[in-house]
Design a protein around this ligand. Structure first.
Ligand code: ZN
Length: 93
């Protein structure tokens, strides 16, 4: 049996990806992909801390025992994930 594998063309089906372990049909559904991108954007929403906008998903907040929550790591917004979603030059693989 001969299988035609088209790599890098734009005909819509990447045969190797289709056969990859864990591949689900919805992985190629534009509606599902847009919803997943929106979910990632929601995770990486901007939060204002001490007058600075930081990424709510990448920055780290801890709540020591019986104390108020405190930010322990602040990652500026837009973070590298948001910049990659926006297609910023230099952030793409
Ligand atoms: Zn982030």
């Amino acid at each position: 049996m001969t299988v035609n594998v088209h790599q890098g063309d734009d005909d819509g089906l990447d045969y190797e990806r289709y056969l990859a372990p864990g591949h689900k049909p919805e992985d190629d559904d534009p509606k599902v992909l847009r919803a997943r991108i929106a979910a990632v954007r929601d995770l990486h929403h901007p939060v204002t801390v001490s007058g600075r906008q930081v990424c709510g998903g990448c920055s780290v907040q801890r709540t020591p025992h019986r104390q108020q929550a405190a930010w322990v790591a602040l990652i500026p917004h837009p973070c590298p994930t948001t910049r990659a979603l926006d297609g910023a030059a230099g952030d793409q693989p």
